[in-house]
Design a binder for this molecule. Sequence first.
Ligand SMILES: [Zn+2]
Length: 62
Amino acid sequence: MAELIKNPKTSFIEVECPKCGNKQIVFSNSATIVKCKSCGETLVIPQSGKAKILGKVVRVLS
Ligand SMILES: [Zn+2]
């Protein structure tokens, strides 16, 4: 059960799409690809540990 919590620094972040400027909230440790709800541009790519954020991080919501 405790195996699920590997990175205690997970948080939600607001990311701005580099393509259309749409802002949306994503999980910083997302296990799935997150795409822009407006244009479909890929914003977050899951990686081991922490997800790679392709969009511009507007702010961090902890
Ligand atoms: Zn977009």
